[in-house]
Design a protein around this ligand. Structure first.
Ligand code: SF4
Ligand code: SF4
Length: 310
């Protein structure tokens, strides 16, 4: 997959009569122009910056936090792309996009789990970026971080994409942890083709230990999305000795069967790539275990797939 160098900050805003309303903008960690693993077909993927879970097994921890301009990362860039741009004693990090090689050497030095190269995009800027690539795409996946933390931005962007002559054919999918309040889904779903939702665990205490958050809203989101026919896919990261007990699997199967409609359950195996010290002490999930669990779900009448294999 190819990474895209960030563009210049968004200009302008919207003019409503005599009142100029500032254009909505959102923090974006990066934009992948093409991916074939983030939903069906060839897709652009927008990774928003910022997440409201703290998953022990997160393989993208640099998308969790927001930069507070502490400048700790500056000396660790081998390409002088990070500079101290403080003014009048106010600390300010400057990221020089044209010098950044995306080597990621800076990332481990951010204690806030932020990313020096995350930047704010305006709706117009991201709209144009997507439209420029649209001819070669089947769709766009909005991921993160947690995309729904930017739900107002995303609502407007999706509405404009569906009206755009070059982009109207694109399927728009949201990759979510499900923490958005049920009432806040409605505007977001108006122009969305579906949501790919992660369920980390069924037991609330276990869920809290794995993510830092209770799972009541996640399960409520799954049910709401299924009722709206917008639950495109469920995902379950299998972590050996953590959430793969028969009790957990039984509870997940019962929950899935209680939802209206059908959609695939995508099973992924826990891997060490990118995770923190605690999760590194846990074993990676063997493919045989993953396949056995998938087979068990299939026997329960659930369309379970290992990384899209089944
Ligand atoms: S990814 Fe980070 S360390 Fe690497 S060039 Fe860019 S700013 Fe510097
Ligand atoms: S990216 Fe992290 S380390 Fe760098 S200035 Fe921002 S908060 Fe500090």
């Amino acid at each position: 997959m190819v990474s895209l160098k960030p563009l210049a900050p968004a200009p302008g805003g919207l003019t409503l009569g005599a009142i100029k309303r500032p254009e909505l903008n959102a923090p974006v960690n990066r934009v992948l122009p093409f991916s074939c693993v983030d939903g069906p077909g060839s897709r652009m993927v927008v990774f928003f910056q910022g997440c409201n879970m703290r998953c022990v097994t997160c393989h993208n921890p640099q998308t969790i936090g927001h930069c507070n301009h502490c400048l700790d990362c500056v000396p660790h860039c081998p390409h002088q792309a990070l500079q101290d741009a403080s003014v009048n004693g106010k600390r300010r990090l400057q990221h020089k996009a044209d010098q950044c090689e995306r080597c990621d050497h800076c990332l481990p030095h951010c204690e806030r789990s932020g990313s020096p190269y995350a930047r704010r995009y305006g709706v117009e800027q991201l709209l144009n970026e997507i439209a420029d690539h649209a001819l070669l795409l089947d769709g766009v996946t909005f991921s993160g971080g947690e995309a729904t933390q930017q739900h107002r931005f995303l609502t407007e962007l999706q509405a404009r994409l569906k009206r755009h002559p070059k982009a109207a054919h694109l399927s728009l999918l949201i990759d979510s942890n499900g923490l958005l309040d049920t009432a806040q889904w409605a505007p977001l779903l108006t122009h969305s083709d579906g949501v790919m939702l992660d369920i980390k665990a069924m037991d609330p205490a276990l869920h809290k230990r794995l993510t830092g958050r209770d799972n009541a809203k996640v399960l409520a989101s799954a049910r709401h999305l299924a009722e709206q026919d917008k639950l495109a896919e469920l995902r379950f990261l299998v972590i050996v000795n953590q959430n793969d007990s028969q009790e957990e699997l039984d509870a997940l199967a019962a929950f899935i069967k209680s939802l209206p409609g059908t959609r695939p359950l995508k099973l992924n195996g826990f891997r060490h790539h990118g995770v923190g010290d605690t999760a590194k002490t846990w074993p990676e999930t063997p493919n045989e275990r993953l396949k056995a669990i998938a087979q068990w779900f299939v026997e329960q009448g659930i369309d379970a797939r290992v990384n899209g294999e089944f």
